[in-house]
Write a protein that binds this ligand. Sequence first.
Ligand code: PAF
Length: 278
Amino acid sequence: MHIFKTKKELQKFLLSFTKEEKVGFVPTMGALHEGHLSIVEQSKKQCDITICSIFVNPTQFNNASDLDNYPNTLKADLEKLEQLACDIVYTPTIADLYKNGEKAKEFDFGTLTIGMEGEFRPGHFNGMATIVEKFFNIINPTKAFFGQKDLQQLQIVKALAKQMESDIQIIGIPTIREESGLAKSSRNELLSTSAKQEATLVYKCLKYCKNNQELAIPTLEKYIQEQFKNNTHFKLEYIDFVSLNTLLPITKWEAKNQNAICIAAYIEGVRLIDNIIL
Ligand code: PAF
């Protein structure tokens, strides 16, 4: 496994590959868990060379303490990637990617950034798109892989690739879950055993909607809000039924697999997000 700390070294190395070789790119912020590893595995299956980046991107944090508390587990991350035989890891410093004092670029993703994370984490998607655009320009992969757990991010990255008029294929990888249904996340490690158990409510609600799709959306929405109200440990931030293409709220189901239900909720002060596509 080759580890590069600068874009210059990485790009020099990438010159040794032919145009026919498919390059897969998996961007991460480290603290790798099984969800990330399944994305790397997919890239390995679909591409000839897999590059994983580990970079905690400062411009996508709208909360300074969230950035300060972000886990740094580089040694363990590298071991996990080595075990998967990931070909290249790019672990840049801030100075390798940002000019001194550089801020996030302003993007326009239309309706995609209005609600959900766009509403509750102002500036987050400009920061995320700023760094992803930089990575795409440095690496120019054949395919870039993103987890479906961050559904809004995935849809925005697809829009970004279009805006860049790039041929990079954006591939969404299904969420990996604990046996209990809880979506794998680095944040789960911050939960007590009992909170981890209670956190399964999020996926239970999503599954309830899947199994009761004959009910009207407002009825399902009310049901979920009640489930969270009845659980005093949880604070529901949003439950949104949206159209997959626009991410705008819907009150009636669209065609099969064109609807998403997205939830963000706090338990023990930890923010969990999850979604289901129906
Ligand atoms: O999903 C993430 O971990 C980040 O938003 C990403 C895509 C690596 C950009 O910093």
